[in-house]
Design a protein around this ligand. Structure first.
Ligand code: NAP
Length: 271
């Protein structure tokens, strides 16, 4: 991607002690045209980032309140990797302070997205909410939608660590929705099939089945398996650690400064 248009971007990271936030601080520190303006952390108020365990040698200040941070620091972008509730609050505060939010938390309703889109457009600033920053996962979804035009039989197998509370994963549900936008309606499997053990055929979304596996050792993986006469096609993506999300965070930061609206979903900024 051409990033010639991107000048020095001053960035606040919220949630720097978290698994995602920690990687985001490293990303900002390592990227030449990014500058860490501050971090927002519920602990360590008043310290400098370099004083926190494992953090890079940055003089940026730690604030325990987003309000105070936005009032005290000159910044272009806020990266929020906290919790769904805090992510929403921080998004609104960033927009109020004319700072472009890049939000990685989930749980936004369609109505909330529309409300924030209107605010961003009124203020003529960019905002991105990306429930999935994994560029490879977004491509897996796009490629699956392409393949579904030619293969109407498809099953999704999503595999995650056993601390995950929800099933199926948001990525699997979204993949199914994208596939069902283009594939002819179809009830898969044999018309007379029955489950001898309940759940054996997985969850069903408009005739398409999703299977959720939960095991220690896994991180986030998905296979989309298409079947046709005499052939199968498998599209697979694996996230092995939180670093896999950082190219997507970087892309979002670079793009958000060019926007004057809110974009929901990384796929909408990937050409
Ligand atoms: P995590 O390790 O639990 O980190 C969350 C961090 O947020 C914690 O350090 C927590 O601090 C901090 N936090 C909570 N409320 C805060 C507040 N008001 N101000 C500042 N910091 C606050 O979780 P994670 O795995 O890094 O994930 C973080 C978020 O990103 C989650 O919402 C997760 O669902 C999401 N996520 C998104 C993607 C994506 O691709 N978009 C991928 C993975 C995860 P305390 O310890 O003080 O509570």
């Amino acid at each position: 991607m051409n990033t010639d248009h991107v000048e020095n971007v001053r960035i606040i990271v919220a949630g720097p002690r978290g698994k995602m936030g920690f990687e985001a601080v490293q990303l900002v520190h390592e990227t030449e045209h990014f500058e860490l303006a501050a971090v927002v952390d519920t602990r360590n108020n008043g310290l400098q980032v370099k004083e926190l365990a494992g953090m890079p040698a940055s003089d940026a200040k730690v604030f325990d309140s987003m309000e105070e941070c936005l009032g005290a620091v000159e910044a272009d972008v806020l990266i929020d990797l906290t919790t769904p509730e805090t992510g929403k609050r921080h998004l609104k505060l960033a927009l109020d302070h004319h700072v472009s939010p890049v939000i990685g938390t989930t749980g936004f309703t369609a109505k909330e997205i529309e409300t924030y889109r209107q605010i961003a457009e009124e203020k003529e600033i960019g905002a991105i909410i990306a429930p999935n920053f994994a560029v490879g996962a977004v491509l897996m979804m796009k490629f699956s939608q392409m393949a579904a035009k030619y293969f109407s039989d498809v099953e999704i197998l999503e595999m995650h660590h056993d601390n995950k509370l929800d099933a199926p994963s948001g990525t699997a549900a979204k993949t199914a929705a994208l596939i069902n936008e283009v594939r002819p309606p179809k009830q898969q499997g044999h018309p007379d099939e029955k489950e001898d053990i309940e759940g054996a055929r997985g969850a069903e979304v408009d005739g398409l089945h999703i299977h959720s596996i939960r095991l220690p050792g896994l991180v986030a993986h998905q296979e989309v398996i298409f079947g046709g006469a005499g052939q199968t096609l498998t599209i697979r993506h694996d996230s092995f650690n939180r670093r896999s999300f950082m190219p997507g965070v970087k892309l979002a930061v670079e793009q958000v400064t060019q926007l004057k609206t809110l974009v929901y979903g990384l796929e909408n900024i990937m050409e």
